[in-house]
Design a protein around this ligand. Structure first.
Ligand SMILES: Nc1ncnc2c1ncn2[C@@H]1O[C@H](COP(=O)(O)OP(=O)(O)OP(=O)(O)O)[C@@H](O)[C@H]1O
Ligand SMILES: Nc1ccn([C@@H]2O[C@H](COP(=O)(O)O)[C@@H](O)[C@H]2O)c(=O)n1
Length: 217
């Protein structure tokens, strides 16, 4: 079973994807980490052409070993860099096989990101599109950073998240939108546990429906 989980920054899609993976005994890939690793690798390049060319090279060389330094990769700076390399068509192309191979491994997988249901796994068994309002997302991210001892400027963080969302939604190479066959889950008013229960209910219902369709076809 392949489960695709998409949504904007700090919507909770990673937390839900991990929870779903645990529940169904599937491997999980946070695809944002790939873009973050590429962004961090080219942070020093200021010239636009050089930044883009080096980002493509870094994406082509990327492997699992580049995804282990979570302190660096989950920083706000890495998030912004990720969304800058994510607009480069050749970067997306270079990262496609890594994601597709993960998704199509025997037994299935759960992937979260922006374009999983639209570009990476348009054939996913279940697609979830996670939403939460901008203020709730900012507050969640602020608490996440504060729990690591960081001092957070909520005003700056809010604008950073809005700016990243806008870049992602307008990305002409991105595929970040809710497809018609994706199930919308708004977690603004839901605790992590309630959101996971709702996500599991959606997956179970979608899989039961698919099994029923197979029986009658
Ligand atoms: N329903 C929820 N209620 C409260 N906090 C939540 C909820 N879901 C997730 N969180 C918390 O919000 C923070 C961001 O969640 P998470 O990392 O899952 O978001 P994300 O959408 O994967 O973010 P990103 O795209 O930036 O990686 C985490 O600290 C997580 O524990
Ligand atoms: N499938 C994806 C995943 C991520 N991106 C880009 O990377 C940035 C960081 O992603 P997070 O999920 O860790 O927040 C994100 O803002 C996107 O620009 C992507 O394009 N496609």
């Amino acid at each position: 079973m392949i489960i695709a989980v998409d949504g904007p920054a700090a919507s909770g899609k990673g937390t839900l994807a991990q929870g779903l993976a645990r529940h169904y005994g599937l491997p999980h890939l946070d695809t944002g980490l790939l873009y973050r690793a590429v962004g961090v690798a080219v942070e020093a390049f200021e010239d636009k052409a050089e930044f883009e060319a080096e980002a493509v090279k870094a994406a082509r060389k990327l492997d699992a070993a580049h995804l282990v330094d979570l302190d660096t990769l989950t920083s706000a700076r890495a998030g912004t860099l990720a969304s800058k390399v994510a607009v480069i068509a050749d970067v997306r192309k270079a990262l496609f096989d890594f994601q597709r191979n993960f998704a199509t491994q025997r037994g299935g997988a759960v992937l979260d990101g922006r374009d999983i249901g639209t570009k990476i796994c348009p054939d996913a068994d279940v697609k979830l599109f996670i939403q939460a309002d901008s203020k709730a997302r900012m507050e969640r991210r602020a608490r996440q950073f504060e729990s690591k001892g960081q001092v957070v400027d909520r005003y700056a963080l809010y604008h950073q998240i809005e700016e990243r969302d806008a870049r992602d939604m307008l990305n002409p190479n991105g595929g970040f939108y809710k497809s018609d066959d994706a199930h919308l889950l708004d977690t603004t008013q839901l605790s992590i546990e309630a959101a996971l229960r709702a996500a599991i209910a959606i997956v179970d219902e979608a899989m039961a429906l698919k099994a029923g369709e197979r029986q009658f076809s």
